[in-house]
Design a protein around this ligand. Structure first.
Ligand code: SF4
Length: 414
């Protein structure tokens, strides 16, 4: 049974060429955290520890249901995101991976990433996780300065973050990402430089650098509103980002997405250690989101699961796909078919985030049946004249000048 087969989509030819496999990934959301960071607006909860095992059982059930609905579709990646996935036991993680392998045609060399917080791992935990089948770790470090970590509400110290990466190496992980944040209140350029240098000394294969965003509804937002904390200093954040661009290039990292760098592997447009799972998003390819609040893009349709873990568990226990009511299996009309023009705009907004790869003319035309220039000519001309877009013989991509303005530039395609 293909639950989603009845969903109308006007997206033209999504089929791979002969011999190609349509890339596809599995995102598994783990909505538990030990404490709430002051800037966080993710779908995560600090008081639902008692639900963990029920939640894992619901995940196993949902994975089986979705795998069946999608005819055991081939998948190349699994990504445990959160929340704090490292609050699951290695045994729970292994059961989820095994369920994915049983329900989908999981590639033998699948990339299996797990987001981990430094305080929640130990040498033995990481060894067991590696044995469970995880082969890529993404550490939420954010800073190597204790004062900043305390301000953010993080639960680890700088020492613990360094240890966690070293333990990961000892456990056999050869693919490690470190997440860092810049543009933080009170964070000087020198402090940012020290944080990045500390990360580089650990030689991670991948680095994700995110500017702080003050999201409504967070404690940080209230503090800024009440004048207790200075709002982000955009000029300083820009200087921090610019410095990182040069420093990471000098250190041998390829900048492949606005906020992401990976160990360079020759002149390829995409470095070998790029996140294969996240590339699915930026290339506007398909994935299924499993777990509370997880988003999916399957067969040309985007949908989200119910957010609250209790509601998610209850829906799955009733044997239903836990999409926001009404469930797609019961009423496909409740879904949001991506129409042809929206698909083209999404292709640009996501693809241009890939700063090396950009959007290839041939791939755009093959997917949408219309040349890129024919659909977006005036917009491309305008951005080109403003020095924000580079036209190569086979593709367009952002210029360095556009990186800091990326959000505004990408909105031009909305
Ligand atoms: S650890 Fe991550 S998901 Fe959890 S509260 Fe902090 S930022 Fe949010």
């Amino acid at each position: 049974m293909r639950v989603l087969a009845a969903v109308p989509t006007t997206v033209p030819d999504r089929r791979p060429r002969a011999g190609e496999t349509m890339p596809f990934g599995l995102y598994v959301h783990v909505p538990f955290c030990a404490a709430r960071c002051v800037y966080c607006d993710f779908n995560t909860y600090i008081d639902l520890d008692h639900l963990k095992e029920d939640y894992v059982r619901a995940l196993l059930r949902e994975i089986a249901l979705v795998g069946e609905a999608l005819d055991h579709r081939p998948a190349q990646t699994i990504f445990f995101g959160g929340g704090t996935p490292s609050l699951l036991t290695p045994e729970q993680v292994e059961r989820v991976i095994d369920a994915c392998a049983a329900a989908f045609d999981l590639a033998a060399d699948a990339e299996v990433t797990l987001e981990a917080n430094p305080e929640s791992v130990s040498p033995s935990y990481l060894r067991d996780l590696r044995r469970a089948g995880v082969n890529r770790l993404s550490f939420g470090v954010q800073s190597f300065q204790d004062e900043i970590l305390r301000f953010l509400g993080r639960q680890h110290s700088a020492v613990r973050a360094r240890q966690a990466v070293e333990w990961a190496r000892a456990a056999g992980f050869d693919n490690v990402n470190v997440d860092l944040m810049y543009g933080l209140p009170g964070q000087t350029l020198a402090e940012w430089q020290e944080t990045l240098e500390t990360a580089l000394a650990l030689a991670p294969e991948h680095l994700s650098l995110y500017a702080l965003i003050v999201e409504p509804g967070t404690p940080l937002h209230r503090w800024v509103e009440h004048g207790l904390v200075a709002p982000p200093n955009d000029d300083l954040a820009a200087d921090q980002y610019e410095w990182a661009l040069d420093r990471l290039a000098a250190a041998g990292y390829a900048h492949y997405e606005i906020s992401n760098w990976a160990r360079a592997g020759g002149e390829a447009l995409t470095p070998t250690r790029a996140s294969r799972h996240n590339l699915l998003y930026w290339r506007n390819q398909e994935y299924v989101g499993l777990g509370a609040g997880a988003h999916s893009y399957v067969e040309g349709v985007r949908y989200a699961n119910v957010k609250r873990p209790e509601r998610y568990i209850a829906a799955v226990e009733r044997g239903r796909l836990p999409a926001e009511a009404p469930a797609p299996a019961l009423d496909p009309r409740s879904l949001d078919p991506i129409d042809a023009d929206l698909a083209m705009r999404e292709h640009m907004m996501l693809g241009l985030r890939l700063v090396r790869e950009g959007v290839a003319f041939e791939a755009f035309e093959r997917r949408h049946g219309i040349p890129l220039q024919a659909r977006f000519g005036p917009t491309l001309d305008r951005l080109d004249e403003a020095g924000l877009l580079e036209r190569l013989p086979d593709r367009v991509r952002l210029t360095r000048q556009a990186y800091l303005l990326a959000n505004q530039v990408l909105m031009e395609f909305l």
